[in-house]
Write a protein that binds this ligand. Structure first.
Ligand code: DGL
Length: 263
């Protein structure tokens, strides 16, 4: 495997770009191939079998492009499929899971909230991780049904979004959470709105930076870091018209390309 091969990243849509941005910041020389499976979003409402089948389709696409590592930039896909992906394919996989552990360690009120998809909250991997880190902590779970489709259609600041978020967060605020864990890679786009709703006493945590660091660590361990001196090429591939995706890309990032492909 060549170290100049791309890092493959996929998500059910544009959410994983939040993770991709962290990876590009930390590893600017890496070539990146991002796959947005927006046609099949939201994954969070699908069965485990459907999620696994979609992950296999995405992984095969990225492997055909010779990716050296795959970042599953989707909590729903990670918690439902990563174990099988690791057993099936010979390259390293990096996953993303809700950051329950740091929130549980820092909480003063011993009450934390997690906002994630139904698919993540109902997964065995999420249950296992939460049980491990929640000795004295109360975890309040809310599924963000309806949020991902609004983000995918570019309606971040709509009234509908505002009322959905308030409905999900108020029960957690009533029970005095001091940490809100974002357990879906689409949700970091909502941090400005979320901050207004939860106020200054609730800290919001997501896992993007940790995923980027883990990607760097595994690439280094496998001798696969791209050490060439020039900036990497970043290709964003989507299976729907790219209008919304383009709005989520930083226009100042050089070497960025968008492709519409049927997959
Ligand atoms: N972005 C994904 C996640 O992190 C999935 C959202 C969805 O498609 O439901 O869970």
């Amino acid at each position: 495997m060549s170290s100049t091969a791309p890092i493959g990243i996929f998500d059910s849509g544009i959410g994983g770009i939040t993770i991709c941005n962290e990876i590009m910041r930390l590893l600017p020389n890496e070539n990146i191939l991002y796959l947005a499976d927006s046609k099949h979003a939201p994954y969070g409402e699908k069965s485990k079998k459907e999620i696994l089948d979609l992950c296999i389709k995405n992984v095969e696409f990225l492997l055909n492009k010779d990716c050296k590592i795959i970042v599953v930039a989707c909590n729903t896909a990670t918690t439902n499929a990563i174990e099988i992906l690791r057993e099936t394919y010979p390259i390293p996989f990096i996953g993303i899971e809700p950051a329950i552990k740091p929130a549980a360690l820092k909480s003063q009120t011993n009450t934390i909230g997690v906002l994630a998809t139904k698919g993540t909250l109902s997964s065995a991997l999420f249950t296992k991780t939460s049980e491990k880190h929640l000795k004295k902590i109360t975890l309040l779970e809310r599924d963000g049904e309806g949020i991902v489709p609004l983000i995918e259609s570019g309606q971040l600041e709509s009234l509908k979004m505002d009322s959905l978020l308030k409905k999900q967060l108020q029960p957690m605020l009533d029970q005095n959470i001091d940490y809100l864990v974002l357990g879906c890679s689409h949700y970091p786009y909502l941090i400005p709105q979320l901050k207004k709703i939860v106020g200054p006493h609730v800290s919001i945590i997501d896992s993007g930076e940790a995923v980027a660091k883990q990607t760097q660590k595994i690439l280094a361990q496998q001798n696969l870091l791209n050490n060439t001196a020039r900036l990497g090429t970043h290709t964003f591939t989507t299976n729907i018209p790219s209008t919304v995706l383009r709005q989520f890309l930083n226009p100042n990032t050089p070497n960025t390309f968008v492709e519409e492909v049927d997959f």
